[in-house]
Design a protein around this ligand. Structure first.
Ligand SMILES: [Ca+2]
Ligand SMILES: [Ca+2]
Length: 176
């Protein structure tokens, strides 16, 4: 009996130790998420960072997942990671609102959106007037971030290689 009890405890210990997600990642509905504030990056380098660690920029498939990611970001973010203050004079103040990169993009075909992790596009949460309706703009804006303009946390298509839009991002991988 005692041995069985110990075996059960060991099993619980091992199960908990071999958590479904790597250290520092958080689990939600069978996936693991990592908020990365450092290094802050543009969309392209953010995706490269995730890929180097065996993941991709986060894909979002439901309002629940959207809310989860937004909460993770709002809890984790440090306003110091936004390097835009020095640019207030040069860009519209509106751009200073916090943002976080996710994996949605239309790099392969303009106007056809895909997730970098290859999952289907079955949910979107675009900000009004996005993706940009001006073809000159949308043709250059092929990555996406969640933007807290007016604390709305909606999605905006943006340039993937911007030297200015340097910010945090969220990587996602399946739980083990
Ligand atoms: Ca585009
Ligand atoms: Ca846009």
């Amino acid at each position: 009996m005692a041995l069985k009890g110990i075996a059960l405890l060991v099993l619980i210990f091992v199960t908990n130790t071999l958590a479904a997600c790597p250290m520092y990642w958080t689990e939600f509905n069978g996936n693991c998420y990592l908020y990365v504030g450092t290094p802050a990056s543009n969309w392209k380098r953010a995706e490269e960072y995730c890929v180097n660690g065996g993941s991709h920029l986060a894909s979002v498939h439901s309002k629940e997942e959207d809310d989860y990611i937004r909460d993770l970001w709002r809890m984790s973010r440090n306003e110091q990671t936004f390097f835009l203050d020095a640019l207030k004079e040069k860009v519209a103040p509106i751009s200073v609102a916090p943002f976080v990169y996710i994996g949605l993009n239309d790099r392969a075909k303009e106007g056809t959106y895909e997730w970098t992790d290859g999952s289907p596009v079955d949910y979107v949460n675009w900000m009004r007037n996005n993706p940009s309706s001006d073809p000159a703009l949308s043709g250059r804006e092929d990555g996406v971030f969640i933007w807290d303009r007016k604390n709305e946390g909606k999605w905006n298509d943006v340039r993937t290689k911007s030297p200015i839009l340097i910010g945090p991002f969220i990587c996602k991988r399946p739980a083990i």
